[in-house]
Write a new protein. Structure first.
Length: 201
C-alpha cells in the first residue's frame, strides 16, 4: 500500500501574530489562504501520484500550550511568543463575542507568571492558585485556545472529509487525518477537543 503522510507545518504570521505584536511562525489556521492550501495540496497528491491514500498529521498546539511551554524542552521557549492574534483570528474572535484586548492581557499575564516561575520568583499565593486565578479572571485565555483548536480542526477536515472530489482521478484513494499535538497529553488541553472528535476517517 502506498500512502503519503503529510505533517502540517508552521507558517509565518504577519506582525501582530502574538500578543506583543511580533511576527510568529506558528500555524495560521484562520487565514483563508491556509484554509484553501490543505485541500489543494491533498488534491495534488491524489491526482499526481498512484497512491492508495493520504493521512494527515498535525503536531501543532495552540496558544495556551505555547504559553506554558508544554513541549519537549519547553523551558527554553518564550512564553510571550503565543499565536495567533492576527487580523483573521481577531475577526473570528469578535464574531464569537471574545474580547480581543482581554485575551491579549490574559496571555501576557500568563506569560509573566511562567517567566517568573522559571526564575523561581514564587507568587505570594503559590503557583497553582495564581495559575487558576488567571483562568478564572480571564476566561478569554481558554476561549482563544478553543478558537485556535477549532481553526486547526477546520483546516484538517477541509482536506479530508470530501474525498469524492478526487474520485474521478483516484477512486480508491482514502483520505484520513488526525491532530496529534503533544498538548493532547495534558489533562486540560485534552478537553479541547476529545480524541474521538479529532479523529477523521
Amino acid at each position: 500500500m502506498k500512502m503519503f503522510f503529510v505533517k502540517i507545518w508552521r507558517h509565518r504570521s504577519p506582525a501582530g501574530g502574538n500578543p506583543v505584536g511580533q511576527e510568529s511562525t506558528h500555524a495560521l489556521f484562520s487565514h483563508p489562504e491556509v484554509q484553501a492550501f490543505w485541500p489543494a495540496l491533498t488534491e495534488d497528491y491524489v491526482r499526481s501520484y498512484p497512491i492508495d491514500g493520504v493521512m494527515w498529521g498535525s503536531e501543532r498546539q495552540g496558544p495556551f500550550g505555547n504559553a506554558i511551554g508544554a513541549v519537549h524542552g519547553g523551558t527554553a521557549t518564550n512564553p510571550f511568543e503565543v499565536a495567533c492574534f492576527c487580523d483573521y483570528c481577531r475577526q473570528e474572535a469578535k464574531s464569537r463575542g471574545i474580547d480581543v484586548q482581554r485575551a491579549i492581557e490574559g496571555y501576557e499575564r500568563l506569560a509573566a507568571l511562567v517567566r517568573n516561575g522559571r526564575a523561581a520568583a514564587r507568587p505570594s499565593d503559590g503557583y497553582f492558585v495564581s495559575y487558576w486565578r488567571l483562568l478564572v479572571q480571564y476566561p478569554e485565555i481558554l476561549a482563544w485556545e478553543k478558537l485556535w483548536n477549532d481553526g486547526q480542526k477546520s483546516a484538517t477536515e477541509t482536506s479530508t472529509v470530501s474525498p469524492n472530489r478526487f474520485a474521478a482521478t483516484s477512486p480508491s484513494a482514502g483520505i484520513s487525518g488526525i491532530t496529534i499535538p503533544s498538548a493532547r497529553f495534558t489533562a486540560l488541553s485534552r478537553t479541547m477537543p476529545s480524541f474521538a472528535s479529532i479523529l477523521i476517517s
